[in-house]
Design a protein around this ligand. Sequence first.
Ligand code: PFF
Length: 465
Amino acid sequence: MSNTETTAVDKGEKRASFTGRIGYVMAAAGSAIGLGNIWRFPYLAAKYGGAVFLIVYLISVYTFGYVLITSETVIGRKTKKSPVGAFRHFGNTKAHSFGGWINAIIPMLIAPYYSVIGGWVLYYMFSYMQGQVKELGGDNAFTNFISSGTSVEFWFLVFAVCTIAVIFFGVQNGVERVSKVLLPVLVVLSVVVCIYSCTRPGAIDGIKYFFIPQMQNVSWMTFVTAIGQMFYSLSCAMGILITYGSYMKRDVSIEKSTTQVEFFDTLIAVLAGLMIIPAVFAFYGNDASQTLKAGPSLMFITMPKVFGSMGFGMAIGIVFFLLVFLAALTSSISLMESAVSTFQDELGMSRPIATLTYGGIYIVLGTLSSLGFNVLGNVKLLGMDFLDFFDFITNSVMMPIAAIAICLLVLRSVTLKGVEDEVTYDGAPFRRKKVYNFVVKYVCIAFLVIILVSSVLNAFGVIHM
Ligand code: PFF
């Protein structure tokens, strides 16, 4: 380790840790399962070939996803540092510093706008609780809501306070404890909504659409978007798993935990597909496939219309938005934890001071995204409002670069032998070692470059993903 580095840990403060495997798995799965699973996965699956998309997605989770989760966890656990210190542990060069900082900054930029969407979810949940089923299903309900700066900002602040409060309580008493309670609740609520959707008249066509290959919708974009979605969904390349790895005890099996995180994340993605696609088919009939392709508006415009017309609207609206809220909350907790951990490690701040300092930045950046649809509606960055801009710059540009930096760190500094030693520490298994070595050596970087180029071209309208 470089001798110039002083962190809270070096100063003798003990690093926080999860209590054991369950704690780590619940927190990492809580991070992975989020808006990406419920709102993004179903419309991408519907748009890019149903079962074909699903198969490509599954393969990429169990190859690329496996490589990235394992690498990040190994890097974090070996170094006991958040991303910047973790990269610096392996060398004090500009390249190491760049790799560390890009991984550290991504969650700092994502947490604010992600929490703005979390605020929208809270607004919908509370409105359903007040019985506004018909109003929310109205044509302009969503546009009217986001045009009001005060409402959007208010609900963002409510969501932000929930996130900050959990971070304040620390790794074991905050992040771990909350994830352990919320994740099982989320699985149960997902099953309830799934049963509701799949039993609506006409839903069977949606189930078929999801599980049968739709070859007319398959193109090479199926592959690019499925792999891109995998990064998004597993919370890879955003510093989180390095940070969570640094809290993982060395007697916990990295391979076993990774497999469980992959399982939970995929389970909720598939359940979300079964919540949304059949319900849209039941409501729209033959026009369903067109509606599903509309994409992001699905959760806030299409689903409220469906709930408004199909019985039990109020109850199912509350349950659906509650589960989306829980998913978004555990993800935003992980984003903020990674950011706060960097402040603690790099600036030697205590946890409360780091939480308050980053909390201030988080509220300012989130407010820009909240007001980007109304008060600041005229301000555009690269032609985008603030929320879309932060989403683009992190997901389409920075995350693929951060993932490339991780692969290069593994290949050049940590070494494959170093990874193996950490994974098999304490006699733990490394059954997928061959897959890991092959993918990290020969496949990952090439695909990451393809994803980077395609998503930038997509954002500038050269291609359409
Ligand atoms: N993996 C989480 C999700 O699928 O929602 C968290 C997350 C992913 C947050 C990507 C932000 C992001 F850009």
